[in-house]
Design a protein around this ligand. Structure first.
Ligand code: CAA
Length: 246
């Protein structure tokens, strides 16, 4: 296989860590960004203990200038980004009638605007080299909506609109752009949902349990593979049957 440089934004999180493991397992050089140096160093060491050497770069993906600087630093350290996973995401759940402008903006900036901030500085290089893989990690809640998540669902739905436009613009340059929409996976983000609410959600999942991060990472590895060259503009739902749109 060809070894490539893969950037997973928010790689230190639950789903992000699993994606880092999978891509490293395929032989790629994997990079991630961080904001908190102490947390990042502890995470880097835990990955190193698993035999995975992650290229770490400081940068806030919700900030356009910081993201551009982060990409330039990363490319100087680890080579041009050929695989990009826009994975960084946060929640600020609240019913809309109680939602503040700040809760709205934090979620839109980190989940959606980050796709612009991080992809814009890598797209020219991918077009020049005539190869690229871009995957947005969206959510089931971008597809079906969710009580208490007008901000998150709007941002996550926007990510797929971004994917399908980029997919059209870049298809002739060997670049595929896809979306993965995970359902409820047993990460810190989902475990922060109040237990009684979470139990009701799990009861709606036909498979009968929360997902595992590796079940998402497996699909990301598939979509970024050499042979996935004719899959572009797709939105792959991985949710235990919780939402079966088409
Ligand atoms: N459908 C219908 N009614 C609902 C509801 C639902 N899904 N969820 C809550 N309600 C109702 C409650 O029963 C309650 O009704 P009563 O007032 O009649 O008792 C009412 O809404 C509470 O409304 P409030 O505005 O007072 O809400 P709150 O301040 O108590 O908090 C909430 C509401 C923040 C939405 C809370 O219910 C919550 O955290 N829900 C979980 C939201 C969620 O699923 N987040 C996903 C996070 S994980 C993730 O995002 C990862 C991913 O991609 C899947």
């Amino acid at each position: 296989m060809t070894q490539r440089t893969a950037l997973v934004t928010g790689g230190t999180g639950g789903i992000g860590s699993a994606i880092v493991r999978y891509l490293a397992g395929q032989g790629h050089r994997v990079a991630t960004n961080y904001r908190d140096p102490a947390k990042a160093e502890a995470w880097r060491k835990s990955m190193a203990a698993e035999g995975i050497d992650v290229c770490m770069v400081e940068g806030d993906v919700s900030d356009p200038a910081a993201s551009e600087a982060m990409i330039r630093t990363l490319e100087a350290k680890c080579g041009p980004v050929e695989i990009l996973i826009n994975n960084a995401g946060i929640t600020r759940d609240s019913t809309f009638h109680k939602m503040s402008y700040q809760q709205w903006m934090e979620v839109v900036n980190t989940n959606l605007n980050a796709c612009f901030n991080v992809t814009r500085p890598v797209i020219d290089g991918m077009r020049t080299r005539k190869w690229g893989r871009i995957v947005q990690i969206s959510s089931i809640n971008g597809q079906k909506g969710q009580y208490g998540q007008a901000n998150y669902a709007a941002a996550k739905a926007g990510m797929h609109g971004f994917s399908i436009s980029l997919a059209q613009e870049n298809a002739k340059f060997g670049i595929t752009v896809n979306t993965v929409s995970p359902g409820y996976v047993g990460t810190d983000m989902v475990m922060a949902v109040p237990e009684e609410v979470r139990e009701k959600i799990v009861a709606q999942i036909p498979v009968g349990r929360l997902g595992r991060p590796d079940e998402i990472a497996h699909a990301v590895a598939f979509l970024t593979g050499e042979q996935a060259s004719w899959i572009t503009g797709a939105n792959l739902a991985i949710n235990g049957g919780h939402y079966m749109g088409w």
